[in-house]
Design a protein around this ligand. Structure first.
Ligand SMILES: *Cc1c(COP(=O)(O)O)cnc(C)c1O
Length: 616
């Protein structure tokens, strides 16, 4: 089943191998503890990756664990929960009417765990959280995404404050993934025509509790060198590479499900990047004898499309030349001509480009924005697609983005909720009445937990600064800008998100002299932690980082501003738990939802936020 030889494990605890290859462990604290107690220093050294832990651990430690009664008690209890939660059936007790209906969820990014870094930001975190929530609820879902061996970049900030991008190759052998095999034990593959050639696609499987995530991989020997690179990186290439990626994911993803004999009842496109899947399903029905109109209606009836973009410029568009190049052999098989095909991705007002959001809106029967406010923005933005009805009746609704609670709540906070809300608070966390009881938690107890979490954050931040100082020999002033002078006794604001113009990361520096007085106030000082990446092509985003970094380096700031490098899920967890105030200053109506503030709120952190997105 996977590359970890189970024979290395003593019989009595051989289930650890299966547990290591199911990310279920990552949101169950007892399971995390189980791996941790086997070898604490090694657990830290392998970056909390149980696959690596089991590969590297000295055999005698496993033998000792298998003879340790306390360990075995823990092991048995975790394995019982694990088996109960991942059994083949889908016991959707809350929504039994849904238990029989498979949902296929297509997304260009999935953030499930740091050991498989297949995401750039919020879009991917949302997709990963949905997989985990579907598993917890017992909703039969499969995910379709890409295996990017180089993932997204790691961020370093140079002495002059400029972002540098470092790409690392993922070691497949050490990741919790397994190749998808045929009944004969050979790698399962599908083919997708790409212009005049054929691209071959292999698949990896990631177990997320009950949910299976299938990741497409073009880096196999049947493909040309450039096609092998198609799945190398997230958002790495030019528009043509991007179009090829979207064809591989959208059209190839449908072929993958066919090869696996999975027949979804609901097809969900997370953002327009994956909308080609709607065309390929239509083509399949036309091939069986339906007209294009009938087939498209059938596809609409089973398709959900979530759009995340709040501004026209943010949409995923391709030039008509590119679309023509890659689809001129395809539209015939849909039973339409060039004009009708291009129309699927065009607005009346802009017939110069093929817009993936327009394609998704036209081909999906259920369409939604990602917060109440954003739903309204979408109805206005896309009114021209439904010119005969009033704006308020435009058929785009909203479902506010959410978070997977067990992933983001600090165990200490969860402990308080368990003690003062209910034993089964996690199962009932969407019941507002439950949260009334939050007021019963004594202030001292909340405060003690909040202090502890802030201590934790600052020690992680300072530890990073120290390592960069002694291992990478950064200048002393850089270590200060990375947070070496932060102080647990000081009120701490956090601004942690992608650096891009509309999020206005540098807004709080607007009146920098006033800010300095507040930071350095003798009695009530304030400090601010910034963290976040800019897209590699986003010059403006990089300038914002530089602006903040330069203020952080300035002695007049007193070391009270820190920029923490390489924001990712892992650092994000410390930040949303550890700061005192969560800062959010997007240009209004441009933050479609955002979810990081929800993570902070769950951990008792108040918001200082513009009324936008989910917070509205
Ligand atoms: C939650 C999360 C996001 C999304 O946060 P926003 O509120 O959209 O800024 C982005 N990146 C990471 C690593 C996250 O954990």
């Amino acid at each position: 089943m996977n590359s970890l030889s189970a024979s290395k494990l003593p019989r009595r605890i051989e289930g650890l191998s299966e547990l290591a290859y199911n990310l279920w462990w990552s949101w169950h604290i007892e399971a995390r503890e189980l791996f941790k107690v086997i070898d604490r220093p090694l657990w830290k050294a392998v970056g909390h990756n149980p696959v690596r832990l089991l590969q590297q651990i000295p055999h005698h430690r496993l033998v000792a664990a298998a003879q340790n009664a306390t360990f075995l008690d823990r092991y048995d209890s975790v394995m019982t929960d694990f088996r109960g939660d991942t059994a083949g059936t889908w016991p959707c007790t809350e929504y039994p009417q849904l238990a029989q209906h498979v949902i296929a969820y297509f997304s260009l990014e999935f953030a499930v765990h740091t050991s498989i870094p297949l995401y750039a930001g919020g879009l991917g975190v949302l997709a990963g959280d949905y997989c985990k929530e579907a598993s917890d609820l017992g909703l039969p879902m499969v995910g379709i995404g890409f295996m990017y061996p180089q993932g997204y970049f790691h961020q370093r900030i140079s002495a002059d404050g400029w972002q540098e991008e470092v790409y690392e190759q993922l070691n497949f052998h050490e990741a919790p993934i397994s190749p998808v095999l045929t009944a004969q034990g050979r790698p399962m593959k599908v083919e997708v025509p790409l212009n005049a050639r054929t691209v071959h696609i292999a698949m990896w499987q990631v177990n997320v509790g009950r949910v299976k995530l299938y990741l497409l991989d073009t880096d196999i020997e049947e493909n040309s060198p450039s096609d092998r690179q198609l799945s190398a990186r997230l958002y790495g290439g030019d528009r043509e590479v991007r179009l090829q990626q979207e064809i591989v994911l959208g059209i190839g993803g449908v072929w993958v499900l066919r090869a696996l004999n999975i027949e979804p009842d609901v097809w969900h496109a997370n953002e327009g990047h994956t909308a080609f899947m709607m065309l390929e399903r239509t083509r399949g029905l036309v091939e069986k004898g339906m007209s294009f109109g009938e087939a498209a209606d059938r596809v609409r009836a089973t398709t959900v499309f979530t759009t995340h973009t709040p501004i026209p410029a943010g949409n995923d568009v391709f030039s008509l030349d590119l679309i023509e190049k890659y689809f001129h052999r395809y539209w015939g098989s849909l039973g339409v001509d060039r004009k009708a095909f291009l129309q699927l991705g065009m607005q009346e007002s802009d017939s110069s480009v093929f817009n993936m959001t327009v394609l998704g809106l036209r081909m999906a029967g259920q369409r939604n924005g990602v917060s109440q406010l954003h739903g309204g923005v979408c109805r206005r933005m896309w009114h021209s697609l439904w010119p005969d009805i009033e704006e308020k009746d435009v058929p785009i609704g909203s479902v506010t983005n959410g978070i997977h609670v067990p992933t983001w709540v600090a165990p200490q906070m969860g402990g308080l909720y368990k003690k003062y809300l209910a034993d089964d608070w996690l199962k009932r966390h969407d019941d507002p009445a439950l949260w009334e009881r939050v007021l019963d938690i004594p202030d001292e107890e909340i405060w003690a937990v909040r202090r502890w979490l802030k201590d934790r954050l600052l020690s992680v931040v300072k530890d990073r600064a120290r390592r960069r100082w002694c291992e990478d020999r950064v200048a002393p002033v850089q270590a200060l800008a990375m947070g070496a002078l932060l102080n647990t006794g000081v009120l701490t604001l956090g601004f942690c998100r992608r650096f891009t113009d509309y999020k206005r990361g540098a807004l709080i520096l607007h009146d920098v002299n006033r800010l300095r007085r507040m930071l350095q106030n003798d009695l009530q000082p304030v400090q601010i932690i910034f963290s976040g990446k800019a897209h590699p092509d986003d010059e403006r985003g990089k300038q914002l980082i530089q602006e903040i970094y330069n203020v952080a380096k300035d002695p007049q700031t007193g070391g009270r501003i820190a920029f923490v490098e390489d924001y990712d899920m892992r650092m994000g967890r410390y930040l949303v738990r550890g700061v005192d105030v969560w800062l959010n200053t997007p240009r209004p109506l441009q933050e479609a939802s955002g979810t990081s503030g929800q993570k902070a709120a769950l951990n008792g952190v108040p918001q200082l936020s513009v009324l936008d997105g989910w917070w509205y």
